[in-house]
Design a protein around this ligand. Sequence first.
Ligand SMILES: [Zn+2]
Length: 458
Amino acid sequence: MNSGPILIALLFVLTSGLPAQAQVAVKAEVAKAGSYFDFESLPKPAINDLGAKATWKIADGRADRSSAAIAVLSDGLMPAGNDQPNQNFFFAAGTEGGLIAVDLGAVQDVSQVVTYSWHSDSRAPQVYSLYAAVGDEPDFAIPDSASALSGSKAWKKLADVDTRPAKAAQGNGAGNTARGGQHAARVADAKATLGKFRHLLFAVSATEREDAFGNTFFSEIDIVTGDPAALDRIAAPELRTIDFATVDKAYSFTIDFTQAPELREWTEKELTPIIQQWYPKIVEMFPSEGFQAIKHVRFRYLRDTEMRGIPAYASGDTISMNADWFRGQLDREARGAVVHEMVHIVQAYSGRGRRSQGYRAPPGWIVEGIPDYVRWFLYEPQTKGAMLSKKALANAKHDASYRTSANFIDWVIRNHSSDGTLVQQLNAAARQGKYSSDLWQKLTGKSEEELAEAWRSQ
Ligand SMILES: [Zn+2]
């Protein structure tokens, strides 16, 4: 039977009815909240994909000075946290991105390419175009610029990838949280492989130009041949936490030092006993009607880049501690800073009360003065950290906050609080949204201004 011509004609109709290129699709996802690269449908990063044996190089542009070497893209290891410059590859701050060239060493039937990135903000999304070449094309060369690439016929564009959230979502104020996270993008064809290639090229663009920090933190790039299900995938790292409680088990604590393993010993030996002893003490110091202090307090170390230079802060049930700052303050201010933040947790001034009618937010010098009073006058009086010389006192402002306000509160307690409940009552009023300047008159018989004047001229 001579069916040859019919078959050829049929094939011609079929292929001409389809685009000349395969049906390459890009699938982009952000990992589930709190997970370690768990995606709805995309796989966790692979360890033994083709990328692990390939040669990677920067063909155009330059790596940021804080970036890891480009080999980080194929090492099968993922970062420990959402702002780990030394565990990601990224182009230099203020630049438009660049070209990453991958040589697979031989022609391979590439089934898919998956790119992974992780950052807390605008450096999480990925914007790039993926090109491929066999390497035997007449004008084949690794391009050293965008224009060399666009002028070349050797490179075939496989896909444009853009994992940024929709423009609409960026302008509504939720943009920052929406774009952060663990991003993955897969370039694949549902019905075929991407093709047989030896060379791949990622033409990477910055994700935003509002500031210099728009270059993606790329964590890993997987290049797959054959069945992706056959590859070994990364495992979630061990979370590094210490859990402990007060002796009576009334309060419990978790310290997460995933981002600061070097602080483990100090944290266990030095910090946990202070927390065990002082958290219940602070709770006892500051009761108020109907108030229940948080029973499980979380502590976590974060890197300076994420803390934006702040040594420590408290929010809800969590105290965040700047690992880089702590490392330099272990025998100086680190312990006291934690005591200060524990007072904020107990104050709970931004808790439910805030929503009730008639709630008045206490002034900042009360909010910060009380924690510094506990810290400098009860926890570490021997350091004399909030002492003021006569000369400094003469020009001091009692509402200058922190140590100065702590000094004022201490002086009022010592001189005008016969029953010793002044700071407790200050806190109760502040927590209930009832603090006002009149309170000083009520508690001491003297106005706030009279007290401040007497304090300055003591
Ligand atoms: Zn504070």
